[in-house]
Design a protein around this ligand. Sequence first.
Ligand code: SAH
Length: 220
Amino acid sequence: MPDNRTSDYYQSLRDSMVEEQMASRGISDKRVLEAMRRVPRHLFVPGDRRGKAYDDAPLPLGEGQTISQPYMVAWMTELLGLEGDEKVLEVGTGSGYQAAILGLLARKVYSIERIEWLAEQARRRLDELGFKNIEVVVGDGSKGLKKQAPFDAIIVTAGSPGVPQALVEQLADGGRLVIPVGPSTMQMLTVITRHGAEYETDEVGSCVFVPLVGTYGWKQ
Ligand code: SAH
């Protein structure tokens, strides 16, 4: 079915999404809110779900994977505290939507996805939208991406049974790791901040993500 809705229509849905789902729920980082207003989320969901792209909910991507609820994307992004010059790693590219948000807020984004067709589709979308600072890599992100480490920020958008040591080791000094940790039914959103040789851990709230499957995640 052709999509006859105009980009103004989607822009107004995005503006309401930011007002109703983010600003009013405590997301205050202006750069994050602006990025959420700009990225066309409807182009990252399956064609038959476009009308639901700006709803307050996660949406299926296929093969049991999901694009996170908009609020969750905004919250996790805000927790990274990006100022613009960072090198960021995302684990779990999925649709590429979170990567696009990060691409507007950081200098360079590496995003790693274990399912090849999802990675390819995300890469194509990000290219079409003109993102030049995002690299999508196929692989097991529970091991991080050693070749490009260290990272100023690492965001894991899949639920992990524990904090993968490899990811902690790939944090730059002052860097932050945001990761859902816990059983597959519900996780605790956890923020680990590196201060030299010390690591501070904060648990900020509960969440539900699809499993991180890999060497330092859940076994297949
Ligand atoms: N951030 C995505 C949503 C992620 S859903 C978005 O904005 O759309 C979680 C994704 O993590 C799925 O696509 C899943 O295939 C991927 N994943 C799970 N385990 C992984 C691993 N070990 N390495 C890389 N990707 C993984």
